[in-house]
Design a protein around this ligand. Structure first.
Ligand SMILES: [Zn+2]
Length: 386
């Protein structure tokens, strides 16, 4: 058995105790107080186990962003020119305050349940213990930073710039979002996301007296919805979804205003550019209407090329640890989209094996926790070989 796996297996009881404590603390993105409290627990364990450097980036609206460095010096090791390794996690969950009281941490056979356990409190602790294993069992030649985001579940508004700053100093980014499916596939491609609002201005009129003088914004909207939905191309992996639409004031009025909100999901930067262009050049079908389109890409795609080498490395490590490892693409986005878009090699889905992100039956598989943590520890050491 590998020395790192053996070490992490030896820490299993401590890791599970930490997991129970962390899962039993509500940490909804919207509550700074609760998120900061949960963060203190992780920071304290980091100081007890590893004792590196803690950096807080104070936030007013969300929990403080936190970076935990293996070594005393922050950032890349300037003297050697070697970059660092970044573990990317988040501590916020989609569950409101009071959720833990309804369904606290519990074990049923091989499954552990609780709010946010799969997405991604278990992954966060797997990362902490992988760092602990590397720090105590190896001689790491690169610094490691564990980045703990506090606003991932709302699109990382306050953390994005700090994540990007840290990624730019890194040779590789390992994202501890949950693995995919019962066999725990890693995520090597994620779609990019664009969000837009379309507003249409028509001409109002009485539907009985002067119908012909009106120009219906709703009629124009119908044309534009068909146009937008028609941009979907499953072969290219591109989808457009008009998810919300509204307009009009009364059934006997030709509507002079309508609006729709739509979302774009694409696999490549080229597709993002092509479709963004088509969307910004949308033109009216009817005479005397005005269109206004606002919005743009909110997350760039994580293209597979940025994961290929790291995945090959993960697969060979897994083989040595004695389990098969597959990869998969997903339409969902994560903070890995930001780091891959900076051309920093990024591998995602290295967190817990389980099921039910954002769902009431969320669980993680107990058997996989130490194994996945060891996989990550070995992956980090592979990155230090050159
Ligand atoms: Zn997540």
């Amino acid at each position: 058995m590998s020395k790192l796996l053996e070490f992490i297996n030896g820490q299993r009881a401590a890791l599970l105790k930490d997991l129970e404590q962390l899962v039993n603390m509500d940490s909804p993105t919207g509550s700074k107080v609760l998120v900061d409290q949960a963060m203190e627990v992780v920071i304290q364990r980091f100081q007890e186990l590893i004792g590196g450097t803690v950096e807080r980036i104070p936030q007013e609206q969300f929990g403080d962003q936190v970076k935990l460095y293996l070594r005393k010096e922050a950032g890349a090791a300037a003297e050697t020119g070697a970059g660092q390794i970044m573990l990317l996690t988040h501590i916020d969950t989609v569950w409101p305050e009071g959720e833990v009281a309804c369904r606290p941490f519990r074990q049923e056979g091989n499954r552990l349940y609780g709010p946010g356990i799969f997405d991604m409190k278990c992954g966060l602790l797997q990362g902490l213990y992988a760092m602990y294993a590397v720090a105590s069992q190896c001689n790491p030649t690169k610094n490691i930073v564990l980045f703990i985001n506090t606003d991932e579940e709302v699109g990382s508004p306050s953390s994005r710039r700090w994540i990007e700053e840290e990624a730019a100093k890194s040779d590789a980014v390992f994202v501890l979002e949950p693995a995919l499916g019962p066999d725990g596939k890693l995520k090597t491609a994620r779609k990019g996301v664009g969000r837009f609002t379309l507003e249409i201005e028509g001409v109002s009129a009485h539907s009985g007296i002067n119908h012909s003088e009106g120009v219906s914004a709703l009629e124009e909207l119908a044309h534009q919805i068909l146009f937008l939905q028609g941009l979907t191309n499953y072969e290219k992996g591109s989808t457009v979804n008009v998810g919300l639409a509204s307009g009009g004031t009364a059934v006997n009025v030709v509507s002079d205003y309508a609006r729709a909100q739509f979302e774009l999901r694409i696999e490549s930067k080229d597709e993002a550019d092509r479709l963004s262009q088509l969307i910004s050049n949308m033109s009216p079908v009817l005479n005397n209407v005005k269109l206004r389109v606002q919005g743009g890409m909110v997350r760039p795609p994580m293209e597979r090329a940025m994961s290929r080498d790291l995945f090959a490395s993960a697969q060979s490590v897994a083989r040595e640890l004695g389990f098969p490892l597959q990869e998969a693409a997903t339409g969902g986005a994560s903070d890995g989209n930001f780091t891959a878009a900076l051309n920093v090699p990024t591998l995602d889905g290295l967190g817990a094996v389980g099921h039910g992100a954002h769902a009431l039956d969320e669980y993680v598989e107990l058997d996989h926790i130490a194994l996945r943590s060891a996989l990550l520890a070995h992956l980090m050491m592979e990155q230090m070989k050159d």
